[in-house]
Ligand binder design. Structure first.
Ligand SMILES: NC(=O)c1ccc[n+]([C@@H]2O[C@H](COP(=O)([O-])OP(=O)(O)OC[C@H]3O[C@@H](n4cnc5c(N)ncnc54)[C@H](O)[C@@H]3O)[C@@H](O)[C@H]2O)c1
Length: 270
């Protein structure tokens, strides 16, 4: 079958296109025949149609990038992210508020049948239990209102900025994805440990012992290509009935956790 995933001649935007999973995603999409527009604080991987150096923590820079890309956008891949070692407020600003701002700014350019995919994380898997709190952030309309909400909830945001940013993404995917489902599909993947340049920051935060004991049902960490293929398949028109969903791409970890085969409390450092 020709053009199996139906990306040929599609205009797509990929954040985090300079490194790791985002760079792999951008390269796969180039190979699949898409016109790829990369966005990152660094120049995007070779082969993209345009590379936009843009800080997702700066809404004016995002607006300028959206204007520079211009025209129709068929698919958005929100892959960028700051790691656990950055300050909590900054992580939520980039990982959630910046990506939300970009998504909402591009939506008017996205025709029916388009898709938005986020790279969230297994670290955001507890979002449903936190939804009443998250709803306040989701309803804080726009970047500045969202920033104010985060400052007013600094205890939560600074305590676990990375996990909270991923819970916010998952909540947004379900809440906004439900509203948009008849026109634009919004979904996320939730990777487990993946060997990218970000991985050492997780080890620094949690300790080597934690990752040595961390259960790996598949038998190893994932590699960026595996996560890139997952989000490319999720955003493909072939996944047309998958909407407002957060998909685990964690090599079986969540299955073990949800069935009591993995005792997460026993894993945590003292
Ligand atoms: N590596 C893992 O184990 C793992 C696990 C689960 C989820 N994730 C998520 O996967 C995504 C991709 O990360 P990765 O592991 O490929 O790491 P990476 O560090 O290789 O890539 C992250 C990219 O985001 C870009 N970025 C950072 N701050 C930015 C900003 N303010 N504006 C624009 N771009 C910015 C970086 O320049 C980099 O190119 C992230 O959202 C991360 O949270 C990673």
């Amino acid at each position: 079958m020709d053009d199996l995933l139906q990306y040929r001649d599609k205009r797509v935007v990929v954040t985090g296109a300079a490194s790791g999973m985002g760079a792999c995603t951008a390269s796969l999409l180039v190979d699949l025949g898409a016109e790829v527009h990369g966005l990152d604080v660094r120049p995007s991987v070779e082969g993209v149609a345009t590379s936009h150096v843009c800080d997702l923590g700066d809404p004016a820079a995002i607006d300028a990038t959206v204007a520079a890309i211009g025209g129709r956008v068929d698919s958005l891949f929100n892959c960028a992210g700051l790691p656990t070692t950055a300050p909590g407020q900054q992580i939520v600003r980039v990982n959630f508020l910046g990506h939300r701002h970009l998504t909402e700014a591009l939506l008017p350019s996205m025709p029916a049948g388009s898709s938005v995919g986020f790279i969230s994380s297994a670290a955001g898997m507890g979002w449903q239990g936190n939804f009443e709190l998250l709803r306040g952030l989701l309803e804080a309309d726009g970047f500045e209102a969202g920033s104010r909400w985060c400052e007013e909830h600094d205890d939560v945001v600074s305590a676990n900025g990375y996990g909270f940013s991923k819970e916010a993404i998952n909540g947004y995917v379900a809440w906004r994805g439900f509203q948009l489902a008849s026109t634009v599909r919004v979904n996320s993947i939730m990777p487990g440990p993946t060997d990218t340049p970000m991985m050492p920051s997780f080890v620094e935060m949690m300790g080597e012992d934690f990752f040595e004991r961390f259960p790996k049902p598949v038998g190893r960490n994932s590699v960026p290509e595996e996560q890139a293929w997952s989000i490319v398949m999720l955003n493909s028109p072939r996944s047309s009935y998958t909407a407002a969903t957060n998909v685990f791409t964690d090599g079986g970890f969540s299955g073990g956790l949800f069935t009591g085969s993995i005792d997460f409390a026993a894993l945590m450092p003292e």
